[in-house]
Structure formats: C-alpha cells, structure tokens
Design a binder for this molecule. Structure first.
Ligand SMILES: Cc1cc2nc3c(=O)[nH]c(=O)nc-3n(C[C@H](O)[C@H](O)[C@H](O)COP(=O)(O)O)c2cc1C
Length: 341
C-alpha cells in the first residue's frame, strides 16, 4: 500500500522533533493525512472500561497533549486515544531542545516537562468537538510549581470526568519534580483518598495509575498494594525510563530525560508481567513501551496487558505502523485461538 509517511519522514526528521510534531499535528488538523484502511479484524475487538473498541491499540499520552487531533486518530487506525498530559494551568515545560531522536536505537529521549495549554483550553476543545467513536482517556498531571499536587489531580479529575472513558493519573513523569512525589506510598494513598472523596456530578470515572519502570520490585509491590487498596480501576505499565541501557548507540543517548521506544520494550514488558502477577487476572492493565510490531503487541498481551499504547514507533513509521501491528496481531491471535481449541 502507498505510504505517504515514507516520503514525509526524511523531511520531518530534518527538523527539530518538536517542530516536526507540530507540522504533523497541523496536517492532522487540516485533515490532509490520508486515513489508514478501515475495518478491523473482529478478533481484535475488545472493551475498555465498558467502552467497545474495534481494536486494542491506543495512542499513548504526549502525542495529543492539547486535544487538537484526537478525533482524527480513529481514521488513523487507533482503537482509543489518551489525550494529555494536561495540567490545571497552562505551562511552558522545560527549555528547548527537550526532545531527541535516537534513530539507530529506535528510541526517543524527552524531557518536555508537560508543556500544555492548560485545563480550560482542553475542556473548551472537548466541548466543541464532542466524543468520537473511539475510546478516550485523559492523562492528568500536576503543575510543575504546584504547592499541592494532589489537589491538582482532584481539580482535573472533577473537570474531565464527563469527557473520557478513563482518567490516567500520571504519577510517574521523570521530567518534573512533582512527577515523583507519588512514589512515596503515603502520598499516593493520600491522593487516592482525596480522589475517592470527590462528590462526582456524573458517574465516577475509571481511574488508571501510570507507573514508572524505574523502581525496584519492593517499591513496585508497595505502590501496587496502595493502588489495590484504593480500588484503582487500571494501571498503565509503563512511562518512559531514566535508565540508559548500555546497548544505546545514538549520538543523543546521554541527553537527560525519559527514554522510550525499542530499548524500553523488554524492561516495560517484564514489569508488566510482574504487575499482572501482583494484581491478579481481573484488573485492567494498559501495556506501553517500545511496541513496533504485532509480535511485540502479542508479547505485551501475553505478559498481561488488556490493551496497548504506543507513541515512539509512530515517529519512525507513521500511522501505517498501527495498520501493520493490527494485521500481524490478528494473525497471532487467530493462530493462538486455533491451537487452544
Ligand atoms: C515526546 C513524548 C512525550 C510524552 N508525554 C507524556 C505525557 O505527557 N504523559 C505521559 O503519561 N506520558 C508521556 N509520554 C510517555 C508515553 O505516553 C509512553 O508511556 C512511552 O513513550 C512509552 O511508549 P512508547 O515506547 O511506545 O513511546 C511521552 C512520550 C514521549 C516520547
């Protein structure tokens, strides 16, 4: 199939990654990005917090921070989109440059620090555009200079509950001081208690916590214990990593920030399997980190993911990647179904 991204990529990758991203968002807004083929194999159908999805492949947080293009991503092949991270007030994030391509490693390092237009701007867009047919999550984060990060989450959850199938608490951002506060189990417990006390005007939203891979097994067990005690609805495994595998070869490998893409696949998948073992069979797990093929999507599902998310793979392959992953994943799931019967 003709893939326009093969022609666009060399041009985009000559630009600073953020400028390339802005161009991509503008092309999507202008509706000039050709859609991916319609119609998903029925074996890919699933549900996420009660919402039926035609496939389990989601767009991870960070791509559509301000809700500019989420309604276009169904036509690009995704079953759901996570908008954000959004903070209560608009903020600039860290100084640029703050996103780096590591092409030889199939990876990205970012230290964006949640630049975004703030909650009011996002809510205005959500109101104007309404709900598309794909699943919608909204990724919530505290302002970098917030004196009460838990209150930021309470404000955001209250505001965005009517607009999403689930809300993600990004309690694992490696790039802002406030992103790490909730690694302390007592802070996380307090946050979840404050969220549980919200007098929801609409049905209480499904709450998902997004975890960092940069914690040891004992800390992970403690955090998951707190999440289970608070009856969390789901867990995303994982955010980017501050670790730098020795295998990295690209020039920007030493930049500070969170590493995503291919080098994140193994550690995030191993962590996913640990989390599945800790939470039992029924909790919803969203698997993210380095997915760039149907085989990797399948491996994440076998490690315990109910649905999947990706971002970095798109930077290298465009949305044709989503179509390829779905095609390959359907074959693997069909093969498995045949052999189970
Ligand atoms: C440029 C960039 C920005 C991101 N911004 C966010 C964010 O705002 N909130 C969040 O929870 N995760 C953010 N992430 C992390 C992704 O959602 C995802 O968890 C991670 O990149 C692993 O998936 P991948 O290897 O497919 O990219 C960002 C990732 C990248 C590359």
């Amino acid at each position: 199939m003709f893939d326009p991204y093969r022609f666009a990529r060399p041009l985009l990758h000559r630009l600073d990654p953020e400028d390339a991203h802005e161009l991509t968002l503008r092309a999507l807004e202008a509706n000039v990005v050709p859609p991916q083929p319609r119609g998903d194999d029925p074996i890919l159908r699933t549900t996420l917090f009660g919402r039926e999805l035609s496939n389990p492949i989601g767009l991870a947080a960070g791509f559509d921070k301000n809700g500019r293009v989420y309604e276009r991503m169904g036509a690009q092949g995704f079953g759901f989109v996570e908008i954000g991270g959004v903070t209560p007030l608009a903020q600039d994030g860290n100084p640029r440059p703050r996103v780096f391509r590591l092409p030889e490693d199939g990876a990205i390092i970012n230290r964006m620090g949640f630049p975004n237009e703030g909650a009011a701007a996002l809510e205005a867009r959500l109101q104007r555009k309404g709900r598309p047919s794909i699943g919608i999550g909204i990724n919530l984060a505290a302002n970098a200079d917030s004196r009460d990060p838990a209150d930021d989450f309470v404000q955001l959850a209250t505001r965005f509950a009517p607009y999403a199938d689930y809300l993600t608490l990004d309690v694992s951002c490696p790039n802002v001081a406030n992103g790490q506060v909730f690694l302390d189990p007592s802070c996380l417990r307090d946050l979840l208690a404050r969220l549980a006390a919200i007098p929801w005007a609409v049905a209480a939203p499904a709450l998902v916590a997004k975890l960092t891979p940069d914690i040891d097994d004992a800390a992970l067990e403690r955090l998951v214990g707190v999440l289970l005690d608070a009856r969390i609805d789901g867990i995303t495994v994982s955010n980017t990593t501050r670790a730098r595998p020795v295998t990295l070869t690209a020039a920007h490998a030493a930049e500070a920030g969170g590493l995503s893409g291919r080098p994140l696949f193994l550690p995030s998948t191993a962590m996913l399997a640990r989390v599945r073992a800790l939470v039992g069979p029924s909790l919803t797990l969203i698997g993210a980190g380095g997915i760039a093929s149907g085989a990797e999507a399948f491996e994440k599902m076998r490690a315990g993911a109910n649905v999947l998310q990706l971002y970095t793979g798109l930077i290298y392959e465009g949305t044709a990647l989503v179509t390829r992953i779905k095609r390959e994943l359907a074959v693997l799931l069909e093969h498995e179904a045949v052999h189970q019967n």
